[in-house]
Ligand binder design. Structure first.
Ligand SMILES: *Cc1c(COP(=O)(O)O)cnc(C)c1O
Length: 375
């Protein structure tokens, strides 16, 4: 059996997907070529790309007036591509950002290169919530308190802070917040396809593939079409949504192999019963893990329960001198890549779609046993 892989990204892919890719590696569907070796404009790859796009549309029920684009550069490049495409809309060169952890801070910093990127809200200070003091970046600011400028070209938030383990998934309705003309933009990189997306709330969603949807190298951008066509003159032509959308993600050579693998993941998700079925499994998996952490005096989860991520669970040993031993023994037990991000410390279990309940249970059993021996 393969070990359980808790990597935050690039992360575990479904074994079935890897096996199918292996079987098709040198000869895709009898055409005598690997997917890596075929023209992106040939009939074989056109079929792969069209199916991937159609499957993604179906899985997320993407409305017809949204474009589904496959781009390159990861979410980090998208942090620049986004303001380059949207900030000029309306002419104010303004955008507002909700800061909830490392990734949203990076997005905000990048946008400042292109215009007036302001902070609408931040969880970067400690806060008392329900009588409990929460550390910075372990809670989420209530939408009613966000300061959104009516002439902002968009409001940006990170749906799931991969490093801090903070997930904010009940996205607000911008009209209810009093700014119906400000589109909501979400970096959904690390919870993409783990739950449905409400497109009545989000005007643009982007996600690098390597957390939950495929290998590194392809970024999915789902954008309402009225947001396309406003790029600043400085926007590179390969990153202009109008060019990418206009050429159906074939403006230049797309990341063909990464798209092919992502397409296999989409088909795997369909076989699992779709995104709703995976959401159910993800709720069960994360609840099992957090319930165990909350019931233990040996471990500690610091994120406020209302915004705990279903995908990335940071946790701590109360006696941090045991960290090294914990990680070494976990690895011997076949539980890989549990070390927390250096900025947070402790441990982090990333339990994406491809990590089944069985893997979560293996982790909990190991943690119980470790606690029994050291507690
Ligand atoms: C991983 C991640 C990124 C950065 O992705 P790259 O592919 O390294 O550019 C950005 N945002 C979130 C939420 C992420 O999880």
């Amino acid at each position: 059996m393969r070990p359980w892989n808790f990597s935050a990204g690039p992360s575990a892919l479904p074994l079935e997907v890897l096996q199918q890719a292996a079987a098709e590696m040198t000869d895709w569907h009898g055409c005598g070529m690997s997917v890596m070796e075929m023209s992106h404009r040939g009939k074989q790859f056109m079929q792969i790309a069209q199916e991937a796009q159609a499957d993604l549309r179906e899985l997320l029920a993407v409305p017809d007036d949204y474009s589904v684009m496959f781009m390159q550069g990861g979410a980090t490049a998208e942090n620049a591509i986004l303001p380059l495409n949207l900030m000029g809309r309306g002419g104010a060169l303004k955008a507002d950002y909700v800061l909830s952890g490392i990734w949203s801070n990076k997005s905000h910093k990048e946008a400042q290169r292109y215009g007036d990127a302001a902070v609408a809200a931040s969880s970067g200070a400690a806060a008392v919530i329900d009588g409990v003091t929460q550390d910075p970046w372990t809670w989420f600011p209530e939408p009613e308190q966000w300061r959104i400028r009516a002439d902002a070209a968009y409001l940006h938030l990170c749906g799931n802070e991969t490093i801090g383990g903070v997930e904010f998934a009940t996205w607000p309705d911008m009209a209810t917040l009093g700014v119906p003309n400000v589109p909501l933009v979400v970096d959904a990189s690390s919870h993409f396809l783990s739950r449905p997306i409400d497109f009545s709330k989000a005007a643009l969603v982007y996600a690098g593939a390597q957390k939950n949807a495929g290998p590194a190298g392809v970024t999915m951008v789902l954008a309402r079409r009225d947001l396309i066509g406003h790029a600043l003159p400085a926007c590179p032509s390969a990153f202009d949504y109008a060019n990418v959308d206009g050429a159906n993600s074939m403006f230049n050579t797309p990341p063909t192999y990464a798209m092919y693998i992502a397409g296999l993941v989409f088909k795997w998700i369909k076989r699992q019963g779709g995104v709703a079925a995976l959401e159910k499994a993800n709720i069960a998996k994360s609840q099992a893990l957090y319930a165990y952490l909350d019931g233990s005096d040996f471990y500690l989860a610091r994120v406020h329960p209302k915004v705990r991520s279903r995908m990335n669970a940071p946790f701590f040993l109360r006696d941090e001198s045991l960290n090294g031993e914990f990680l070494a023994q976990a690895e011997s037990a076949g539980l890989m890549q549990l070390k927390g991000h250096k900025s947070v410390g402790g441990m982090r279990a990333s339990i994406y779609n491809a990590l089944p309940m069985e893997g979560v249970q293996a982790l909990i059993s190991f943690m119980q046993e470790f606690e029994r021996r050291h507690g």
